[in-house]
Design a binder for this molecule. Structure first.
Ligand code: BG6
Length: 500
């Protein structure tokens, strides 16, 4: 194992006994360690309320890694870098104790005072923690200090602004790493490469050749044990404000002049600024909401959203959103970007379909019928790859066309699984690369867009919920949204790489 020149660092994980740390953070750190991507001189302090010992914490980290990855090579050496501090987020004495431990570990591991504060816990504590980190001297360090912050970043523009102002009293914008884990996904990162490293896409990537773009992120699971959070969030805040809009920005942005964090962000921000805002009476023409009813998922009967734990039996929270976004700039004027996301849908899948405009006429046999349109499909998950849908000659005497698919499956090239989003994002943060984190300007503009929709939805209580069966493709109204424009959703299951 060779260890990289990523600067040595001390990572403090607030919420270290929680689910995110267990499922994502520890396994990601382990992967980075095993691949030699983090400096050998690193230490992690798990910070949480429970009264655990270092030993108990190390055992917890060990079992999290084993559960997630199933291997244990070098695990003892790995967990020897982990420490635990029982902590009360609003008590200065707790921060003092944390500071003493941090200073000791800084020295022991020669971390040069580099510190990452990772807030993997309930958002109501974000402000309190950052206030204390500054007031109690944890940010007084000779090395870099970076704050990694999980979503939700606010509940609307107003609360996000409040939170941002508070955090900014302790950290500067360039020290803040706001996580959107979709930006760590291999194929989301590939969008820019596909667009900007190929001669034949970029010239066509505009309203002269593209008729519409569809971004779908569907989930099979329901709300699980997150009812309390989800009731206040719904799919609009949970998925659209962040992940869906980020994918739209990457698809729509202009080529940056350089691949620097600032240049890429500045192009994404321009997309958000060009998003056509919706007036109150337009929301229903552009957006559809849904809520799942009982149904069958993976052969099992499942309950409806209103029957889930910690959910109001007459809840009007949406578990599905479909929308049509217009980007009012020269490149995209007239091209709808359709997005849809939902829980308890027929399959777990994130895909982007770029549909090209029809060519002027069909010269071939069956010329009275239009040719199938060319599609570029970007498979984000679970499979990763690209498919290009073309028309070719059908074998035989008659010159007749047939649709064919050119496939590239990402995993087949490396013959291994691509790294997890969190692994990449943690590594980026350690290296000080904030490109795949969201800048405040992006967060602000996406909240402003989404707030218009939630304002109208929250004011209309007579919603026809539930309106789609669990295990289905979502509400009918989502089909009508596209039918009005003479388009239709490309069926997700038919687009699978494996079926090509
Ligand atoms: C999270 C949402 O941000 O993304 C969850 O809070 C959702 O509700 C999840 O399930 C989806 O992420 P992925 O990577 O499984 O598509």
């Amino acid at each position: 194992m060779t260890h990289s020149n990523t600067p040595s660092t001390l990572v403090m994980i607030f919420g270290a006994t929680g689910d995110l740390a267990k499922r994502k953070l520890f396994p990601s750190l382990y992967h980075l360690y095993q691949k030699g991507r983090i400096s050998k001189e690193f230490a992690v302090i798990g910070v949480a309320r429970r009264d655990w010992s270092d030993e108990k914490f190390k055992e917890h980290v060990k079992s999290s890694v084993l559960n997630a990855i199933g291997t244990s090579e070098n695990i003892d050496e790995f967990v020897s870098h982990f420490y635990y501090q029982s902590h009360d987020v609003s008590d200065s004495d707790s921060y003092q104790a944390l500071k003493n431990l941090a200073t000791e570990l800084d020295e022991r591991y020669q971390t040069n005072g580099n510190r990452i504060f990772y807030l993997a816990m309930a958002p109501e504590f974000f402000g309190t923690i950052t206030d204390h980190l500054k007031a109690d001297g944890l940010t007084d360090t000779s090395g870099y200090k970076r704050l990694v912050i999980e979503k939700p970043f606010g509940h609307n523009l107003e609360s996000a602004e409040e939170l941002n102002n508070r955090i900014r009293e302790s950290f500067t914008e360039d020290q803040i790493y706001r996580i959107d884990h979709y930006l760590g996904k291999e194929m989301v990162q590939n969008i820019e490469v596909i667009r900007f490293a190929n001669a034949f896409f970029e010239p066509l990537w505009n309203n002269r050749y593209i008729s519409n773009i569809q971004v779908t992120s569907s989930e099979e699971l329901g709300v699980e044990e997150r009812g309390r959070y989800y009731e206040k969030s719904g799919a609009l805040r949970d998925m659209v404000q962040n992940h869906m809009l980020q994918m739209v920005a990457l698809l729509a942005m202009e080529p940056p002049i350089k691949l620097t964090t600032e240049e890429i962000r500045s192009e994404k921000v321009k997309v958000f600024r060009a998003l056509r805002p919706l007036k109150d009476d337009e929301v229903d023409q552009y957006f559809v909401r849904g809520q799942y009813d009982k149904g069958v998922s993976k052969g099992q009967k499942v309950r409806g959203y209103r029957e889930e734990e910690n959910v109001d039996p007459s809840s009007n929270t949406e578990t599905y959103v479909a929308g049509k976004l217009m980007i009012d700039n020269f490149r995209w004027a007239g091209v709808p970007f359709y997005i849809r996301t939902g829980k308890r849908m027929e399959t777990k899948s994130t895909k982007i379909v770029i549909q090209f405009k029809d060519i002027p006429m069909n010269l071939y046999y069956g010329m009275d019928k239009p040719l199938a349109p060319n599609l570029l499909v970007i498979h984000i998950q679970p499979e990763e790859g690209i498919t290009l849908h073309l028309n070719a000659k059908k074998s035989g005497q008659i010159i007749e066309t047939t649709p064919v698919k050119l496939n590239f499956a990402n995993t087949s090239i490396d013959a291994m699984n691509t790294p997890e989003a969190y692994e990449k994002l943690l590594h980026d943060c350690m290296r000080g690369d904030a490109t795949n984190f969201t800048h405040w300007d992006e967060v602000k503009l996406s909240w402003a867009y989404v707030d218009e929709i939630s304002k109208v939805w929250e004011a209309t209580r007579d919603v026809n919920f539930p309106n789609y069966e669990a295990g289905s493709v979502g509400p009918k109204a989502a089909d009508e949204l596209l039918a009005k424009d003479h388009f239709h959703w490309w069926p997700i299951l038919d687009l699978d790489v494996d079926q090509c």
